[in-house]
Structures are given as C-alpha cells and as structure tokens.
Design a protein around this ligand. Sequence first.
Ligand code: G4P
Length: 526
Amino acid sequence: MGFQEEIKRRRTFAIISHPDAGKTTLTEKLLLFGGAIQVAGAVKSNKIKRHATSDFMEIEKQRGISVATSVMAFEYEDLQINILDTPGHQDFAEDTYRTLTAVDSVIVVIDVAKGVETQTEKLVEVCRMRNTPVIVFINKLDREGLDAIDLLDEIESKLGLTVTPLSWPIGMGQRFKGVYNLYEKKLCLFSPHSKQEVDETITITDLNDGRLDKEVGQRPADELREELETVTTVYPDFDETVYRKGALSPVFFGSAVNNFGVKELLDCFIRVAPHPQPRHAEERDVDPFEKKFSGFVFKIHANIDPRHRDRIAFVRICSGTFERNTNYYNVRTGKSMKFSNPTSFMAARKEVIDEAFPGDIVGLYDSGNFKIGDTLTEGEILHFKGIPSFSPEQFRYVNNANPLKSKQLAKGIEQLMDEGVAQLFTREDTGRQIIGTVGSLQFDVIQYRLEHEYGASCHYEPVSLHKACWVSSTKPEAIRELMQKRKKDLAQDKDGRLVFLAESAWMLRMAQENFPNVEFHFTSEL
Ligand code: G4P
C-alpha cells in the first residue's frame, strides 16, 4: 500500500465522557467489532482505577495497564482506527486534556439519565478551542432518562455544540423499542436480552410505512413521527464538511452495554471522521502527506518501578514515515536521536514496529531526554502548536521535608513537571513553590514518586487559589504596572512565563477590570 493510502485509511480519535457514562464499555464494543479483542471485559483499566486509588501499589499496577490501554489500534473495513484513551476518573489530569491535541476527532459519550456533566464540559471546551470534529453518543437508553429534545438542548447550551440527531430513540427504559436511523433510513430494533453483534434492522424510508406500527406499536410509531417532524424542522441537515470543521455534531442514541447503536455509530464514524489532518506549527502548517517525518510528544509515561527508570514518550506522527533505527532531530535540545524499539499499540498488545505513518502514535523508550511538547523532525526547526498547559484547578505549596535531600527534590520535581504530571509555579514575592494539578490524585502520585524514584520527601500546605492565568500584553508598561501593583499575586511557571494567581473568580474579574491592557489566558499558549 502506498504512503498516501496509508494516511487516508487512518482515523485517530478519542472517546471522552464523564466517569461512568460508558466510555470503557463503548471502547470495548468498538474493539470487539474490530476483532481486536475476543471477549467483553478485556478493557479493564478504568474499573480498576475506580476502586483502588488510595493504594499506591495499585497506582503502580494501573500505570502498567494504562500504558497498554493508552492507545488501542484496530482494523475495521480496511481502515486503521487508533483510539486514544483519556484517563477519566480520580486521576483526571492534564494528560487527559493533552491527549486531545493528538487526535483528529472525538466521540463524546453522555449518560441519558445524567445529561451533560462537568468533566465532559471541560473536555469538550478543549475540542472547541481546536475545532475538533465531535460525534455525540447518548448512552444507556435501556434506562429511564431525560427527554431527547431536552438533552439536545442541554448539549447545545452547556457544551456549546451545534447538534443534529442522526438517530432518534423510540421510547426509553422499559419502553425502549429501538432507534430510527435518520442517516441510513433504517429502523433498528432493540431486544434487551440478545446483545447480538448486529442489531436487527429494517429499511423504512417512508415513516408512514405500516411496518413501523407493526414493529414498535401504533402509539410509539405515532410519537416517533411527531417527534421527527419537529427534529427535521428544528435541526440542520447533516453536512460532513461542516462536521469536519468542528461546527456541527451528529448525535446517536444507543446502549453500549447491550451493543445497541454501536455499529451504526462506528459505520457513520468511518464514513465521516477525518483522516489525519494538517497540524499547525509556529513556523508553518505541516501537511500529513509531506514526505519528511515530523511528530510531537504529547504524553510521557514513567515507569514507577525504581529499578526500571525508563519512560515511554508517546509521539503523534504528523507527517512523513517514521522509521526504526533512523536518526531524528529533537528541535528543543538540538540532539539527534535514534530509536531501536519503537512500539505501536495494537489493542492491549505492545509491538515493536519498523515504520509508522501520520495519525499513528508510537511509544519511544526514553531515559529522560524528552519533555512534553517536544518536536521530532528530519532536521527542520518546527514547533507544533496546540500542546498548551491548562490552568490547574487545585493548588498546594510544596515544602521540602528533608533538608539533606533538597537536590533530589528539585530534580524530582523538575522531571515530573517535564512529564506533565502537574505544573509548578514560583511566587514572585516569596519564591515559594506551588504545585497545581487538574485532579487531586496527582498530589499523592507526586509525593509517592518523589519518595520512591528520587529519594526525596515533601509535604504540602494548603493555598487558597482559584485559577492560574498566563498574562500577556502588547504594551510592556501594562505588565510593568501589574508587576508593581500585584507582585504578591504573580508567579512564574517552569518556563519562566508570568502567571497571575487568582484567589477567586471575583479577584480575577477585578484584575481584568483594573488592568484592561493585560490579557489573562487560561492556557499557556497565548
Ligand atoms: P466509564 O468508562 O465511562 O467510566 O464507564 P463504564 O463503561 O465503566 O460504564 C459504567 C457503568 O455503566 C458500568 O456498570 C457499565 O456496565 C454501565 N453501562 C455502560 N453502558 C450501559 C448501557 O448502555 N446501559 C446500562 N444500563 N448500563 C451501562 P458497572 O455496574 O459500574 O460495572 P459492571 O459491573 O456492569 O461492569
């Protein structure tokens, strides 16, 4: 197969959801369709995480598992599908956000009973910033839930997405009969006990077809006709081009655990989801079809076992062919690097590969040379954009608990921050160090890893902060004024960029009003 065909047949995406909405179940069903796993229950990572986050040995075990499930690749209808896992439970971290910078599209799973929940809001915000195409799957229709129209309203208002349903539920919970697939003009019948691989479908192009009443009952059929009349007038027609620009999201309804609606979702996905897309670098846009290799590190996974200090850097390939045992240039360090064991991730299996193509994720063994955001090329100076740090939500002072080990502590903190585990801010006035994270588990992980990998110990002290915002201005005097008047609220991030530490939403608003010439940013990419 030629280079161009290899790129065109790749689909790299992430499934995102609030915990418990059904991401793991849906992932598993997709892998079953792709033949990547044979039995349900093979994708366990999230389940284990949910129960065992206070036990650090468990964290260690999970890290092993989550390397394996970080990327799951499978073949379906001649396409190579790469699913990137977005950790979503108590270990919700910046990693989760950053993974979204390495995909070309996203499927959002929403629990029909719970509607839009907080983590989904945060993740979709990142997708919107990047105009990532989004497909929505509303799950658990076998249970009672919110009215479908109300749900779509909520998705539009809370997630800021413009939606158009491509399937429509007929009842829900006990009365759930199935869905009408508007995309393929088919009736898909639900039978709760069969969990069959493929749903029973009947092609019904005309909704007045008497077979509809026969299959689902007259009342549900009439309700469906009525609802679809509203749906087709209220929502725009589906347009693939608008979807690919991230401006229109098709919505499907189903029940992942019953394998219902999943095939329709997958079949639509492979038809409409984009193949690897051009990536923006500071210097220029990089097209995947360019012959020369380029890629960037979006995630670093450390081995917690001190006897094996190696890490795996996850690289998204942006252009050209990546080859084993070939020298590549790390733009940040200026060093040439060669990889003898690059790894691909076919489902839960790791494999050494000889080559990989745009859209693929390769795992590179690393002994501490990589930082998040690093670019690899054949020599060209490129800096890929869109791998920002995001404002953390939880903050603590970090103090050295063993003065004899201060060097170890500094080194440990530096390396963990390079891995992107959390962010470090150094206060302008006192020089005190604050660690900021997205999820609270990260504090425990950092403490544990500092002790076990670096022989350093730290303790935390609470600090009441709401957000950290990167500040910039076209007028240098505006920054000078901010420095003079608000030094106690300023800090530097690990790359020396100036950050405003807001104690509350109100304080942030006041600062924005008082310093109109200063811009406050919620990500580090200004
Ligand atoms: P997550 O990765 O988003 O956190 O969700 P996960 O797939 O683990 O699903 C969370 C729970 O929801 C699981 O139940 C799962 O079986 C259930 N679930 C997923 N899809 C559906 C669906 O379509 N209908 C219904 N009724 N339930 C669904 P659990 O009790 O936590 O685990 P398990 O014992 O069933 O494995």
